[in-house]
Design a protein around this ligand. Sequence first.
Ligand code: PLP
Length: 639
Amino acid sequence: MERSKGIKNWTHADAKELYGVDYWGKGIFDISDKGELLIKLSNSDRENWISLYEIARGIKERGFSFPVLLRFSDMLRWRIEYINHAFQKKINEYKYKGGFRGVYPIKVNQQEQVIEEITHFGRPFHHGLEAGSKAELMIALAYIKDPKAMIICNGYKDSEFIDLALYGLKMGLNIFLVVERPGELSMILKRSRILKVEPQIGIRVKLSATVGGKWAESAGDHSVFGLTASQIVAIIDQLKQEEMLHILKLLHYHLGSQIPDIKDIRNAVSEASHYYIELVGEGAAMGYLDIGGGLAVDYDGSKTNFVSSRNYSVDEYCADIIEVIMETLDEKEIPHPIIVAEAGRAIVAYYSVLLFNILDVNRLTQVEKKQNPQTSDFAVCKNLVEVYNSISVKKLQENYHDAIHYRDEIRSLFLIGEVGIRERSEADQLFWKIIEKIYKLSKSLKYVPEEIQDLNRIMTDIYYGNFSLFQSMPDSWAIDQLFPIMPIHRLTERPLNPAIVADTTCDCDGKIDKFIDLYDIKRFLLLHKLKADQDYLVGVFLVGAYQETLGDLHNLFGDTHAVNISLDENGEVEYKKELIGDSVSDVLSYVEYTPKLILENIKQTAERAVKQKRITALERKTIMDAYEEGLAGYTYFES
Ligand code: PLP
């Protein structure tokens, strides 16, 4: 049961605990004494805690309406440096003789700003890019200037893809073509002969090690990617035959994203190390072991092997990988390879925060008309009235069962036409009054029966948020991914309303009804009562990985506005790279409408109405102006 804390005694520290800020916020989110959520930003010579509510206010003053995606480049710098330093620290500590090279997988967030900033912040570490398609390779070719940074080409390749990679090599870029399918090698060798450039190749192995988490199927015998032991043998034989074993330099595997358990990571790198030893033994040049992605993000802050978390730190991840490789290779006296990691999520998750306003609240338990549940004008409701009047702490569970019984009885009578809508409405209202009273009384109990505890869930209000789940956090819908979510202000006021959050699509899946919790999944989020004269602003955090590009146009809600936030030289907030979200006209054209044509259609309808004297010519103009304005407007609700 939730701790009983008076409204007056509630402080920002209670809010911090309630929303788990210290757990998922990793020292970069905090709450001010004023009750506003803060983010820590820094530039080359200073650091400052900035209120997200102040940022939101600034955005509004600049004419943007919500929802808005905030992007913090500083988070990219922080994560790139963090991961590179963590590997380097462990390399020094363990006296590992190979090095470390990170490559950022473009697919995780392909936005131009992200790639530009990752390649910029990654330069001191020679942090490269991973490309899984022709388009991504084209990005990598254009943005990597550092000849030491690696470009890893994964994914299925046609000759055009291979040619682009070979041209990149010719220009001095450090490109690796990773063979994923048996037939790819012949194509790579053929194209390299034609273009007269020697490729560097890697092979992706299909490990038998499996993992927990949501991407369990990316690994193991049934994974769709990678080569089996026999396919690898065939590739080695082909390379031997063509006297090209010296071009095989890299072994790659990818277990899947968000691997929560360090044990799985250790098992996989151990199996891969044995493959590596075999490849060296066969005479391949080798030198690189690419451990793929999978470094998880602790979305709920629980530090467990739960799917939204991870039971290891970045330091432990680096230490375990290095340790396992060393243990396995040293035994066979094989030189330590350069470890290549394709961490994506762990680099960009913190980059973006979605901010939206709450449009309205629907309170199931709100019983406006039925002020007095102690009586009823309807005979059929008399049992419910009796239940209400007899509620006592000693028999709460019995009262609860009775209420359900009599409510269901009235609903059945409604179905056979023996009870009308007014009686049914009265019965519903009485029922909620009973539930409310039972719930309130249950708070004084030491032991609360499970079904009464669950009332919290039944009693949740629906807060309607101005955003589309499908556009801005598709993983929440598709794979039940949990993201931290909380109000960004009023955090010195105790939130009293258990709520779920519905989006603006008219899809019953368009809701968030599972929330982070240290020990479990919370089925409601405590939110504040709305104030008539103030926006209530909610943030969804750690949405920088995968969400933007996987998002779709469900109900034709388009891209949100996006603003890049950083610190200027005085440590003040700087609003940069403001991107206007999609207009209605934009999203219509994405689904192949021609805005000009539909404008013409509506004009004809309006003109017909003028001729039929349904509207005046002046009204036609008003209607057309409204329609045109609508086409140019934001796809979300504008106040
Ligand atoms: N490498 C490959 C081949 C991938 O398919 C992916 C994505 O699943 C990644 C790296 C990135 O994984 P993560 O975001 O978990 O680091």
